[in-house]
Design a binder for this molecule. Structure first.
Ligand code: MEV
Length: 442
């Protein structure tokens, strides 16, 4: 049975590894070898990565790919994507090229407001609390000056604070519901620092408020934290073209393609089982760029899926229509992103990714990320409603299967050629590699 450990975080990296491999692995040297082969020879770079989190024992690689030819508001981008799923970058590149020839993507940032809340318990009369809030509100803002000064100079800061009565859901439960403009920062630290200061001021001022009874004065702060639900930090991405221009070859007309495509979107609009997978495809594109640009993909995921359920039923994030012979495909999506702060100035690959994207502002990055999501969904629906997804997916997965068989470069070349004209399945690849190896033994 495994044992627990005390003071693990205080051990040196090599002592941590010793403990891990001794406790959990039968072949300790093999396990150590796997961990150490991912260490970087550049000690400064390795230390940087070690210090991102606690208890780092090695680095975890993901491929960083690039999807070129994205025309967004008439400017060309090559988009960096960090992702393990084999077909995602290929699909993005294909969709980029398709829309490059049809006018590209159009995007607009609709809003950039972020939210944070102080959750608290107050047992007195609501009218008195409202009165107290109206008096203390200015002080709440003033006492965050040391946190907000720089942000205010650049045009951001606290937008508003509201008092919200939530007692119909939980007895005595109220909120300070605050809105923020955090400009090019994702803003989590800024918002959380402001909220914690609001909470302090609110609690202290309540103790001095004459109209409160001694019991009223005991406001209990439950917690102060930003919300990753950002329905007012919204970006729109869109593509459109004449229906007849949707056709790429003789196999399907523009009209037939548009009809099938819109049917697929409509299904995702009304059917949650399909909507989740449909939106997962969108997130393939979004997460990959969010990760490559050092942003918080868990925050983005949580906010996006909450937004997809905002009308009470989980639904598609994208929409499509044909009007007056024009096919339009679009998405509005909440994205809280930063291009300063966090990892953006620290991780060398993140800095490189942002430079590749012409050093975007947070608003520009919102637009690029939304486009990556829309493109991914376009590529997925196009495959699903025409050839089926497996053809392209398995083609891209071929290399993974060959690597499972530890195929040599020559075997890879021969089999890649073979599978240009043959369907890729796990068993067809198994058969082909076995046949090839038997032949070469003879
Ligand atoms: C696979 O990662 C994503 C898809 O399932 C998305 C979709 O079904 O729309 C292909």
């Amino acid at each position: 049975m495994s044992k627990s450990v005390a003071g693990f975080s205080k051990l040196s990296k090599s002592k941590k590894i010793d403990w891990i491999v001794d406790t959990y692995f039968s072949n300790t040297e093999d396990a150590k070898g796997v961990l150490k082969q991912y260490w970087n020879d550049n000690e400064t770079l390795q230390q940087l990565h070690d210090e991102f989190i606690e208890n780092t024992i090695t680095n975890y690689y993901l491929p960083l790919g690039v999807a070129p030819n994205f025309l967004i508001n008439d400017r060309l981008y090559a988009i960096p994507m960090a992702i393990e799923e084999s077909s995602v970058v290929a699909a993005a590149s294909k969709a980029a090229k398709f829309w490059l020839e049809r006018g590209g993507f159009k995007t607009t940032v609709i809003s950039t407001t972020k939210i944070g809340q102080v959750h608290f318990i107050y047992k007195g009369d609501f009218e008195k609390l409202k009165h107290f809030f109206s008096i203390v509100k200015t002080k709440l803002v003033e006492q965050t000056d040391h946190i907000t000064n720089n942000m205010k100079k650049r045009g951001g800061g606290i937008i508003d604070i509201e008092l919200r009565d939530k007692t119909s859901d939980i007895p005595n439960y109220y909120q300070l519901h605050a809105s923020f403009e955090t400009l090019d920062a994702m803003g989590a630290n800024f918002i959380n620092s402001c909220l914690e200061q609001f909470a302090k001021t609110f609690k202290n001022e309540a103790l001095l408020f004459d109209l409160f009874s001694e019991d009223d004065k005991q406001i209990e702060i439950v917690m102060s934290i930003l919300s990753n639900y950002v329905p007012d930090c919204l970006v729109r991405a869109e593509v459109s073209c004449k229906v007849e221009n949707l056709s790429e070859n003789e196999s399907i007309s523009g009209e037939a393609f548009a009809k099938k495509f819109i049917q697929a979107v409509n299904i995702a609009e009304i059917e949650p089982y399909r909507a989740v997978t449909h939106n997962k495809g969108i997130m393939n594109g979004i997460d990959a760029v969010v990760l490559a640009t050092g942003n918080d993909f868990r925050a983005v995921e949580a906010g996006v899926h909450a937004y997809a359920s905002r009308n009470g039923r989980y639904s598609s994030l994208t929409h499509a229509k044909v009007e007056n012979g024009i096919f339009t495909f679009w998405m509005e999506i909440p994205l809280a992103l930063g291009t300063v702060g966090g990892l953006t100035g620290l991780h060398p690959l993140v800095k490189l990714g942002l430079e590749l994207l012409h050093k975007p502002t947070a608003k520009e990055l919102m637009q690029i990320v939304a486009v990556a999501g829309l493109a991914q969904n376009f590529a997925a629906l196009r495959s699903l409603t025409t050839t089926g997804i497996q053809q392209g997916h398995m083609k891209m997965h071929l290399m993974n299967i060959l690597n499972q068989f530890e195929a040599s470069n020559i075997e890879k070349q021969t089999l890649t050629e073979h599978f240009k004209n043959n369907p890729v399945t796990h068993s067809s690849v198994t058969e082909a590699i076995n046949t090839l190896r038997i032949k070469s033994e003879k």
